[in-house]
Write a protein that binds this ligand. Structure first.
Ligand SMILES: Nc1ncnc2c1ncn2[C@@H]1O[C@H](COP(=O)(O)OP(=O)(O)OP(=O)(O)O)[C@@H](O)[C@H]1O
Ligand SMILES: [Mg+2]
Length: 318
């Protein structure tokens, strides 16, 4: 994977550092960079002289033109959430407007990024946290969130752009219309009234010291059907190839718990495969040199799974 250099707290201009230290009530004496994630902004744990700690995310349009907007979306989601959920609570935010810095100060999660491979224990923890979130975030809190169908449409409709692509896997090339139809069908099923995360991956999940799974990075939050987040987590299980995890059993479990057809879950994952296949072939976005490798890796794993899954419709499996 390409190297990536995130700026750190000490690279930030004085007004952003000053704001953080004022909110924390103590000078920052040390920082710890986060390893997960793809954004080009600051993602640092801050350790204060008086023993307090927090987690800072900060971005500027010069790092990537879309990053400040994503941070503002995350802020909107965090502001709408009730207390006590398995998330990192918002402490404060700083925003200089269109051409300036935007920063979010969060509670620091004492723990590690969800450790791979997944085990029965960490899957149990994920299930518990997702159920807790779905319970508290249905109906979705007010906050002007868009619908999951609209949010996912640009991702789920990319199979048609892959026609004629030379290096497309022959298995995909042979069933492009069926894969395209699956993605389109899925879009008709994802709407609902739960506030969803829509970007559940190991690097957005943290295992806290007490065993609770904490869900971070809410930039893509949208209103949709409660089954969508747990269904998307199947991608994580598929791509991490954890020996203890049977992604098809997970899909059955989600289908049973949330009363959704396994067909709808597979359609969603087939649509997302089109997103990874398409975007993994695009040039690197500014400041995100590791993203395309990740997308190609996800595509290969999802493709392997879809070819074998007993839940994939005959029209897809062939
Ligand atoms: N509150 C927190 N406390 C401790 N560590 C955190 C916290 N939030 C996130 N992290 C760690 O920092 C990493 C990056 O954070 P996050 O996922 O929020 O941002 P990102 O993916 O880089 O950015 P974005 O999606 O906004 O572009 C996470 O993978 C996680 O390991
Ligand atoms: Mg992240």
């Amino acid at each position: 994977m390409a190297d990536r250099h995130r700026p750190t707290f000490t690279d930030l201009p004085a007004q952003v550092r000053g704001w953080a230290e004022e909110v924390l009530g103590s000078p920052v004496a040390g920082t710890g960079p986060a390893t997960g994630g793809y954004s080009p902004g600051v993602t640092d744990s801050l350790f204060c002289a008086d023993g307090r700690s927090a987690f800072l995310k900060a971005s500027h349009p010069s790092l990537n033109p879309d990053s400040p907007g994503l941070l503002r979306s995350e802020l909107r989601a965090l502001r709408a959430m009730p207390a006590g959920l398995p998330i990192a609570a918002l402490l404060d935010a700083f925003d200089e407007g269109a051409d300036g810095w935007v920063a979010v100060l969060l509670e620091r999660v004492p723990g590690v990024q969800a450790p791979l491979p997944w085990t029965d224990t960490t899957i149990e923890a994920a299930l518990a946290s997702l159920a807790e979130l779905a319970g508290a975030l249905t109906p979705a809190p007010v906050g002007g969130f868009g619908g999951a169908g609209d949010a996912l449409a640009p991702l789920m409709t990319l199979w048609s752009e892959l026609a004629g692509v030379d290096d497309l896997d022959p298995w995909c090339a042979a069933r492009l219309p069926a894969l395209d139809a699956a993605g389109c069908r899925a879009l008709a099923t994802v709407d609902g009234d739960t506030l969803l995360h829509l970007d559940l991956r190991a690097d957005n999940l943290m295992l806290r010291e007490d065993g609770r799974l904490i869900i971070v990075d809410w930039a893509w939050a949208a209103r949709g059907a409660a089954w969508v987040d747990p269904a998307l987590l199947a991608i994580e299980f598929i791509s991490s190839a954890a020996p203890e995890v049977d992604a098809d059993a997970w899909i059955e479990h989600v289908a049973g718990t949330y009363r959704v057809a396994t067909d709808s879950i597979v359609d969603l994952l087939a649509g997302i495969l089109g997103f990874f296949e398409r975007t993994g072939r695009l040039p690197d976005p500014p400041g995100l040199p590791t993203l395309r490798d990740f997308q190609r890796f996800q595509a290969a794993a999802l493709r392997r799974w879809l070819r074998r899954s007993p839940h994939a419709r005959r029209s897809i499996r062939g």
